[in-house]
Each structure stands twice: as C-alpha cells, then as structure tokens.
Design a protein around this ligand. Structure first.
Ligand SMILES: *Cc1c(COP(=O)(O)O)cnc(C)c1O
Length: 406
C-alpha cells in the first residue's frame, strides 16, 4: 500500500492546482481554463468579503430556514438499544434537502461575477429544482441539462423546474443519465463563456468546484459540531452521511476532520451488491481515473470505460465521487462502506415508523449503516446521521419496491 503521508491537518486542501493528494485538479478544455481561473479568483475574494457573507447568511436564515435542527432520534435510539442517535435535519430546508445551501452560495457568486444566465446538470432532478429555485428568486434564465432517460422517469421534478421558469434540455447521448447531462453542461459552458455561470450540484468537477461546494455545505458540520457540544457537552463518537457526488457528506465531515476521536463514515450505494455492476460504490469497487475535469475513483470496466451504475436512490447514482473523498479514503481518515438497496429500504420504513420522519432514500442509506453499528455501541456514546433530505420524492419508488400501487 502506498498510503499518502499523514498531513498535520485534513482541512487544508486542496493545493493551488486543486489537488487533494493525487486526486482532483482541473482537466478541462483549453477554452475553459480562463473561466475556471476567473471563478477561482472571484471565489477567493467573495469568501472573505463581509458583504457576501452577510447576504448568504441572510438568505440561509430567512429563505432556506437555517440553522437546521440537530434532533435526538429517541424512537430510533430506543429501537436500536445502543448509542444515542441524532439526526442533522437538512430535510427541513427549503426545497427539502441540503442542495439549497450550495445553490444559494453559487447564485450569489454568479451575481457578483455579473453573469446573466445559469446552467446546471441534474440526475434525479433535485439539484435541477434547487437551481431553478434560486434562479427564479434572483430573476435569471436557467437551463437544466438532464439525461433523456431521467427526464422520462422523473416527470414531477421536470414539471417543478418548468413551473419555476427553467428550461429543461433532455440529453440523449450515452445512456441519457447524469454523467451525460454533466458533459453537455460543460459543453454549453465552453460555448457561452461570456455570460454563463455553471452551477455544479455536488463537490465534484474541476477545481475550484469541489472546494467551493464543500465550503458552502460545511455549514452543516459547523452547525452540527456546535449543536452537539451545546446539547451533549461533547463531540460525537461517530458521524455518518451518504455519498453520491459527496457534497452533503463533505459538508458534515469537514469541520470534524481534525477531531481525531470522531470516527467518520461515508456510505456508498451498494445497490444489488458489489459483485456485479448494479451499484454505485466507486470507492469500494472502482478505480482512479479522470471524469468531469478531475481525477477520482470511478466505476469503470476493464477497458476504462465509465459505467452507469445503479442505486435505488437516484441521488446516489453517480459513477464518480468528489476528489476530496478519494483522498480521505486513501489516507484512511474516512471509512467508506456500501449499503444495499434492500437495507436502505428497510431503514426508510423503520425511520418513518419510529420517528414519524420520512427520510430521503439517500439519507436512508446512512441510517441503515447506523442500524448496523449502533446496537453494538454503549448507551452513552453518540452517533450523528446526516438526514440529507426528505423522502416525499421517493414514495413512488418505495411503493414500487414493496409491490404496491399508489
Ligand atoms: C442529491 C442528494 C444526495 C447526494 O448528493 P451529494 O452531493 O452526495 O450530497 C444525497 N441526499 C439527498 C437528499 C440528495 O438530494
């Protein structure tokens, strides 16, 4: 094993080239380079500007509903009979998940940069809806690229985006899913460099996106850390989050990375098992490669072709993962575990019954892992699970899986 050297801090990355160890970077067309450098420069200015911070804070509070609560899940804790389980309630945010945190930050950046048009990619449509939402709020035209296959199977979100005034452009290339939509969005960006802002939906893509999305989502971990200190007088023993591209997870994890006694666990979609190709566990079953402008763990076949993957949960259905996670994996600071479709489905039903909270299927993956480890822990130990979103969007999928019609 060639493990990278242990850094003094896990919170200092990326370096100036956008690298987290051997991961990350900016592998983009020449024509995009000036834009990406401009974005980086503007972001570096914005993040230290009190006016920018105040505007984001104001919107986070009054529009998105932050801070989100840290809730003691007493019903689930009793049921599992081990450590105390807390939920970080990102499901309570406007638009129903953590995605609004990133979209509010980036729309303010677009405004600051004087851009006139927003583009975004989306898979299940959750990021498309959040992007269309902030575009509506700020009066920008918005184009959302969405794989044609996804357009067909996510019609309620397509309609929401249209209601919000966005144009949804179906992408027929490849298998017509998220990977293809992101390629198309990058292509649009190259063509419309002058006036367009590309609002990426997760902590992936070329530098500086993984860093800036992380910084906008780190509000999750910053709040959770202060809230648990206030409510329990100490840090948690374990924190858990589901990893699609990795934005809600890195948002929770980052403020805890240098707390050596906090065990950090990221959950990948194990789908129907890691033996075949019907999963999205890029870090447990993939190999490093380059996709969407950065080097990271990817699902690939023997020829290095990117696979589509599968998950019961559309939000975890991305063949790659943000580069910072790849680095945290190899350095051993964060442990990444797969959860199967069936296990997530069980966690979804249990949480609904004992907590009266319908979790997103993505979040149910994180809860499913808590269900495995919490019963073996002591009653005075503490586990925080990131409840990245609400599950209203998933009731059709769940009914289907349970063989019911609604
Ligand atoms: C999109 C989404 C995810 C996965 O995206 P990340 O960037 O990995 O956070 C997880 N949970 C919910 C509720 C989502 O909508």
């Amino acid at each position: 094993m060639n493990k990278p050297a242990m850094p003094n801090s896990f919170r200092t990355g990326p370096d100036e080239q956008g690298m987290f160890g051997i991961f990350g970077g900016r592998f983009v067309a020449e024509t995009l380079m000036p834009l990406i450098l401009d974005l980086e420069e503007q972001w570096n200015k914005a993040k230290n500007d009190p006016e920018f911070k105040a505007e984001l804070q104001n919107l986070s509070t009054h529009y998105a509903g932050r801070p989100s609560k840290l809730y003691f899940a007493e019903g689930l804790t009793k049921h599992l009979g081990g450590a105390k389980v807390y939920f970080k309630r990102e499901d309570l945010n406007h638009t129903g998940s953590h995605k609004i945190n990133n979209c509010l930050g980036q729309i303010l950046l677009a405004k600051r940069m004087g851009k006139k048009r927003i583009i975004a990619e989306t898979g299940a449509g959750q990021h498309g809806v959040a992007s269309a939402t902030v575009a509506a709020r700020f009066g920008y035209p918005c184009v959302v690229y969405m794989g044609a296959t996804d357009v067909a199977r996510q019609s309620p979100n397509v309609f929401r985006m249209k209601l919000l005034g966005a144009e949804v452009r179906p992408v027929t290339a490849g298998h017509g899913t998220l990977k293809d939509a992101m390629n198309e969005a990058l292509r649009d960006w190259v063509t419309n460099v002058e006036d367009t802002y590309y609002l990426i939906g997760t902590a992936a893509g070329p530098h500086p996106y993984p860093e800036l999305v992380r910084d906008f989502q780190a509000v999750i971990g910053t709040e959770a850390r202060a809230q648990i200190l206030e409510q329990e007088g100490r840090l948690p023993d374990v924190i858990i989050a589901a990893v699609g591209g990795g934005s809600n997870a890195i948002g929770l994890f980052h403020p805890f990375l240098d707390d050596k006694d906090v065990r950090i666990i990221g959950i990948e979609a194990g789908g129907r098992g890691l033996d075949g190709v019907e999963h999205c566990a890029s870090m447990n079953a993939g190999k490093p490669g380059v996709l969407h402008g950065n080097r990271t763990y990817l699902l690939q076949n023997a020829d290095g072709q990117i696979l589509d993957g599968h998950s019961i949960s559309a939000g975890l259905d991305y063949p790659g993962v943000g580069p910072e996670h790849s680095w945290l994996r190899d350095s051993g600071r964060v442990q990444y575990e797969p959860i199967l479709d069936d296990e997530a489905l069980e966690a979804f039903q249990l949480t609904t019954r004992v907590e009266g909270i319908i979790p997103a299927l993505e979040s149910a993956h994180a809860i499913a892992h808590a269900m495995k480890i919490v019963p073996k822990m002591d009653k005075d130990q503490i586990v925080i699970v990131n409840l990245s979103g609400r599950g209203d969007k998933d009731v059709h999928t769940v009914a289907n899986m349970l063989g019911m019609e609604i």
